[in-house]
Design a protein around this ligand. Sequence first.
Ligand SMILES: Cc1ncc(COP(=O)(O)O)c(C=O)c1O
Length: 451
Amino acid sequence: MGKSYPLIPKKVPHIETKYRRIKTEIPVPESIPILEKLRTYEPLSMSGQPPVVWDHAKGVQVYDKYGNKWLDFSSGVLVTNAGHSAPLVLSEIKKYLEKPLLHNYCFPSEIRAALVEKIASVSPEPLKKVFLLTTGAEAVECAFKLARTYGKKTNKKVVISYEGSFHGRTLGAQMLGGLPGLKGWIIHPDPDVYYLPFPGEPRCKDKSFDFFERHIKELGIEPENVCAVISETYQGVSGALMPVEYAQQLRKWCDKNGALLIFDEIQAGFGRTGKMFGFQHYGIVPDIFCLGKGISSSLPVSAVVGKKEYMDLYEPGTMTSTHTGNPLCCAAALGSINAIEKYNLVENAAKMGDVLEEELTEIYKKFDCIQFLCGKGLVWGLQIGKKGTERPDPDTAFEIVGRCVEKGLLLFAPVGLGGGTIKINPPLIIQEDALREGCSVIREAIEEITG
Ligand SMILES: Cc1ncc(COP(=O)(O)O)c(C=O)c1O
């Protein structure tokens, strides 16, 4: 299913605007040895992204060392919420480089104390315990483990997840993911993990909570055996959110049946949807939530945040990690959260989200090759495939992304069911002129590809 972009330089029109500059063939002929080295020494799975060799990145722009400059609609992979190389992130990291303090395991540090306090301060009551980790998948594994540990005490083991969900690529996280291409590779799937249709997904016709209750009955699940329900706040593969009513009923159902409600906020957190956390659109509070990506706008940091009764299930020294709270990573996260607050980036995401929605809705209406448009704030998914049908068209999506990159707009390779979704998620610092310019590139690329 996955594809690699060819490493054959192609003559493309030169471009020079405020945000984009393309002055070479793409991929750049001089960059081919680097790209070939990567293809030789890395596993095939690493060759999925457009062949742009990043040299440095700042704000909403990514640069190579051959004079080209891209307007970034990828945020890496929804990481650089505060912008690439945000000054507050850089200055915090520099402090720890200069001390220097590069590692301190789980020994106490001032910066780790400052970060957990900060994360707790932006988290809703009563979710005030924070466990720092390194990657998103690790945070999901930890939340899964806490749910099962809690379940062991109360004799519950069923975990409900959703079809189409993505929670990372370590074994447990991949197993919780409900994409056929992820589940399909698990040799001994956990018999007590179930997947329900995600009600926000446009192909899911019944969006009522009755559907949840009917479905678990059909699957033979006894509600009292459920220890947790886990969901992304919006599904990364499409950009689709849960219907609000459904989310609120789910919260009540979990309370009634003593099940933990876990939200994976690894993509949604830190302002991406126009709220600090995506679950705030639902007016509910989970029992545990997972953070990653935009938490630091840069270095690898993730976190599990939850109620004391779940977070304190493990004795001192028995739930730790070698790199938990690495000082450089903590400094980056503190700088990023401070930047998000100082520059009102959550508000900017909501405001710019309206502009992006308007632009993408026009694009969606104009082209017969777009099936669905889903999203909120500064995260949207254009699902490519013939309008009125449901089968995705990954080849066209792949070509559109490639063409945008040739025109100086950086997107990552399509994702989602059948690889048909083009994700649009610029840094939250983006301004209206850049947003409209990027959308005009998408429009041009679709016109050229689909004739
Ligand atoms: C919703 C969600 N959960 C978990 C992950 C896994 O995060 P990581 O790649 O940092 O392990 C991702 C990554 O894309 C994600 O989008």
